[in-house]
Design a protein around this ligand. Structure first.
Ligand code: GAF
Length: 415
């Protein structure tokens, strides 16, 4: 018997109260306030952000909550409900690449990056709790960075985030940049920036079309319930870590290909120019001793990125046309490209998308960085339970760990 396990989002009042109580318990005082930021799913446009491409994420109702108190001096003291090992303490003046280990890097990294950007940021006490599944490819790290970013913004009067009613998009872009630097330089994950952008710049009821060439955005209305559809998220529970070498290797391959083609980023290649670009790569010269296999890998990586950017355009055009049911096709094609050309899927993700489709999903794909993590499936609203049960049964039949499920609706940004 395989009963699907559901991951519920906390109500914002519940999340705030949990983290306030944690703060009071561990620090013996009340915080100055509570803030939170969402995890995300990406509808399409995977591994395009660091290529100056397009992606289409939205904010989850699942959020990371922080309770924070400004303190004198430059010490940051941190506690987390997910960790029982007591209070961690980091001196901001000593933060540099490689000096902070584990989850505190995502918090103090943001304070460090804001100081690097010239902001007057000092110490604070912070308590963290979250209902964003950890390590599930749903941006638990960006949610933590962005919750810390809006908290620091408020406590140190940086005036970047704006208000919940009137978010300041330019200021939030600056907070996203600090969060990205925290992740790249202090946590040591060479990620591309999509996750921080959506956590800070999303709009409820909309997907965020993000152009990573210039950072510009368009809020695309995304309400599946109006079409009797739902987005089922399947956390495969397969181990997923972006701090390992595979993600960085993909990014390096794209940079290598762009450099051989004499362009700044792969965004400069469009579908019409793809054939010529791939031929140029295949016939061009690489380092001495390079074999056919290495070139063939570069060709496939580029093919994924260029076709994936085109699939984002196709997906958005379908939404604009109110042909929502048809977005299943680019979702399926995206998964195949990520599996075969980009090679970032894994058995659990493939089982999840295949089982979902067999149970009637209109389309399904892995979401996020891959190598484990989560898949998404577009399903009829009335079939959510049935598809989840079928996926859970397929995992059991394959001898895989039981997956977890959530239903994703486009939710609010960090606040
Ligand atoms: C991870 C990264 F953090 C993002 O920047 C993005 O590259 C994504 O993988 C793949 O699209 O979430």
């Amino acid at each position: 018997e395989t009963t699907p396990v559901w991951v519920q989002a906390w109500d914002p009042a519940e999340g705030s109260e949990r983290v306030r109580a944690l703060f009071a318990d561990r620090f013996g005082a009340e915080p100055d306030g509570t803030w939170s930021a969402p995890g995300r799913v990406n509808l399409i446009g995977e591994h395009t952000d660091y290529n100056g491409g397009l992606c289409l994420p939205f904010a989850l109702p699942h959020r990371t909550y922080v309770a924070v108190r400004r303190t004198d001096g430059d010490a940051v003291r941190l506690v987390s409900a997910q960790e029982t090992s007591g209070v961690r303490e980091v001196a901001l003046s000593e933060v540099a690449p490689g000096t902070v280990s584990g989850w505190p890097a995502y918090v103090v990294g943001v304070a460090w990056a804001l100081r690097e950007a010239g902001h007057d940021v000092g110490g604070f006490d912070i308590a963290v709790d979250s209902c964003v599944p950890y390590g599930a490819g749903l941006s638990s790290s960006a949610a933590l960075e962005c919750a810390a970013a809006v908290a620091i913004d408020a406590l140190y009067g940086l005036g970047l985030a704006g208000t919940a009613e009137q978010p300041d998009d330019a200021g939030r872009t600056a907070l996203a940049e600090a969060s990205i630097r925290a992740e790249n330089e202090i946590a040591g994950a060479s990620t591309g920036g999509m996750d921080q952008a959506v956590s800070l710049r999303a709009r409820s009821g909309h997907a965020l079309l993000l152009d990573c060439r210039d950072g510009s955005t368009r809020h695309v209305p995304f309400d599946l319930s109006a079409h009797d559809l739902a987005l089922l998220v399947i956390d495969t529970k397969a181990e997923h870590a972006l701090v390992d070498g595979q993600y960085a290797a993909r990014r390096a391959a794209c940079e290598e290909a762009a450099s051989r083609l004499g362009i700044a980023t792969l965004r400069e290649i469009d579908l019409d120019g793809l054939g010529d670009a791939l031929a140029a790569l295949a016939h061009g010269t690489g380092p001495v001793g390079e074999g056919r296999d290495e070139v063939e890998v570069l060709v496939r990586r580029v093919r994924h990125v260029v076709t994936e950017i085109a699939r984002v355009e196709e997906f958005v055009a379908l939404l604009d046309d109110d042909r929502v049911e048809e977005v299943g096709a680019p979702m399926d094609a995206s998964h195949a490209s990520l599996r075969d050309d980009y090679e970032v899927s894994c058995r659990e993700l493939d089982v999840a998308v295949e089982a979902a489709r067999e149970a009637g999903a209109l389309g399904a794909r892995m979401t996020g960085g891959g190598f484990g993590g989560s898949a998404i499936a577009l399903v009829r609203a009335g079939a959510v339970d049935e598809v989840a049960a079928a996926v859970a049964a397929a995992f059991a039949a394959e001898g895989l760990h039981a997956p977890a499920f959530l239903v994703a609706t486009a939710s609010a940004p960090a606040a």
